[in-house]
Design a protein around this ligand. Structure first.
Ligand code: ADP
Length: 306
C-alpha cells in the first residue's frame, strides 16, 4: 500500500515529560487510520506535530512527493479538538475566511465555502451567526474549514467528542462519505466509532505505539466468538458467571452483562445452546442472549492495560 506520509522516530518532550517517544508509522494513501490511546497517551501531540502546529523534539515526517524542508500545511486539513470559531461571524463568512487563509482567491473561497456548507448540511444556517449554532453544527463548520483547500490528508482530533447522539451520528455519516475520497487520520475514545470508520488502527500507550495494523488483520488475529447474557439487574450476575463458566470457554462479567469467549465457532455454538437452555429455564432476570464476537474494545483494553 502506497504511503502518503511516513513518520519516523518522532519524539516530543516538555521539560522532563516525554509526551511522544520514538514513534514511527506510515499513513497509507486513501485509507482511514484511527489513533487510539488512553488520556495523556500522546495522541493530540502527534496530531499537532503532523498538522505543523507543534515542533517535534526529534524525528522526521516525509510526505510522498514533497521535499523534506517544504511546508506540508497545504496538504493537510486539520480539525483540532477545540475549534476556534468566532461567534459573531456567519458560517459562510467563517468558511470563506478559512478559504482565503489557505490561499484561495475571494471568488473561489466564496464558491468553495457555499459548496461545503451545502454538502455538510449547513446551507440553511450559512447566513446565521455561529454563536447560535448547536454543537453538531459547529463541528460540521469545523469540518468545512478543514476541507476547504481539498487536502490530500484530513487530520481530525476527536471529531465527535462533545456531540449529542444525533450530532455524533451526523458527523460519523459525513466522515463515512469523505472516507471514500480522502486519506483520514483521526483520534477518538469511542471504540465502536473507530471500528465503524477505520481501515488501519494505531494504539499508543505512554507515548509509544503498541498496536499498528489493519482492522481486518486485527480481527483475523484476535477476534473470538462469544455469548453474552445481559441481565436486568446485577443481583444474579454472580450466579450467571458461575453457570457460564461451567459451559466451557472463558467467562467474565462486565456490570450486568456476563459473557463467555470461545476459541472456535463450534465451541461457541455448543456454549450458545447451553446458554439458551439456561436462559429459557430461568427467563426472569435475562433481558437478552446475544451471539457475537469480541470487538476492538477488547483488544484496546488488553493493549493498554497489559
Ligand atoms: P492525549 O491527546 O493522548 O490525551 P496529549 O498529547 O494531550 O495526550 O498529552 C501527552 C502528554 O504530554 C501528557 O502527559 C500531557 O500532560 C503532556 N503535555 C501535553 N501538552 C503539554 C504541554 N504544553 N506542556 C507540558 N506537558 C504537556
Amino acid at each position: 500500500m502506497a504511503a502518503l506520509a511516513e513518520i519516523r522516530g518522532l519524539r516530543k518532550t516538555y521539560g522532563d515529560v516525554t509526551a511522544v517517544n520514538d514513534v514511527s508509522f506510515a499513513i497509507a494513501q486513501g485509507r482511514c487510520t484511527v489513533l487510539l490511546g488512553p488520556n495523556g497517551a500522546g495522541k493530540s501531540t502527534i496530531l499537532n506535530i503532523l498538522a505543523g502546529l507543534l515542533r517535534p523534539t526529534a524525528g522526521a515526517i516525509a510526505f510522498s512527493g514533497l521535499p523534506p524542508e517544504a511546508d506540508r500545511r497545504p496538504l493537510i486539513g486539520y480539525l483540532p479538538q477545540q475549534v476556534a470559531l468566532f461567534g459573531w461571524m456567519t458560517g459562510l463568512e467563517y468558511v470563506r475566511m478559512a478559504g482565503e487563509l489557505t490561499g484561495l482567491g475571494r471568488a473561489a473561497a466564496r464558491e468553495r465555502a457555499a459548496e461545503l456548507l451545502s454538502i455538510l448540511g449547513l446551507d440553511k444556517a450559512k447566513d446565521r451567526r455561529i454563536g447560535g449554532y448547536s454543537g453538531g453544527m459547529k463541528q460540521r463548520l469545523g469540518l468545512c474549514q478543514a476541507l476547504v483547500n481539498r487536502p490530500p490528508l484530513l487530520i481530525l482530533d476527536e471529531p465527535v467528542s462533545g456531540l449529542d447522539p444525533g450530532g455524533r451520528r451526523d458527523v460519523l455519516d459525513l466522515l463515512r462519505g469523505l472516507k471514500d475520497e480522502s486519506t483520514i487520520l483521526f483520534s477518538t475514545h469511542i471504540l465502536p466509532d473507530a471500528e465503524e470508520l477505520s481501515d488501519d488502527v494505531l494504539i499508543i500507550r505512554a507515548g509509544a505505539i503498541v498496536v499498528d495494523d489493519s482492522l481486518a488483520t486485527l480481527r483475523a488475529r484476535h477476534e473470538q466468538p462469544l455469548v453474552e447474557v445481559e441481565l436486568g439487574d446485577e443481583a444474579t450476575a454472580a450466579a450467571w458467571l458461575e453457570r457460564l463458566s461451567a459451559i466451557g470457554g472463558f467467562a467474565e462479567r462486565r456490570g450486568s452483562v456476563v459473557r463467555c469467549r470461545f476459541d472456535s465457532a463450534e465451541a461457541m455454538r455448543d456454549g450458545a445452546a447451553a446458554a439458551y437452555r439456561l436462559a429459557a429455564a430461568e427467563p426472569g432476570p435475562v433481558r437478552r442472549v446475544h451471539l457475537g464476537h469480541t470487538t476492538l474494545e477488547d483488544l484496546f483494553l488488553r493493549a493498554v492495560e497489559s
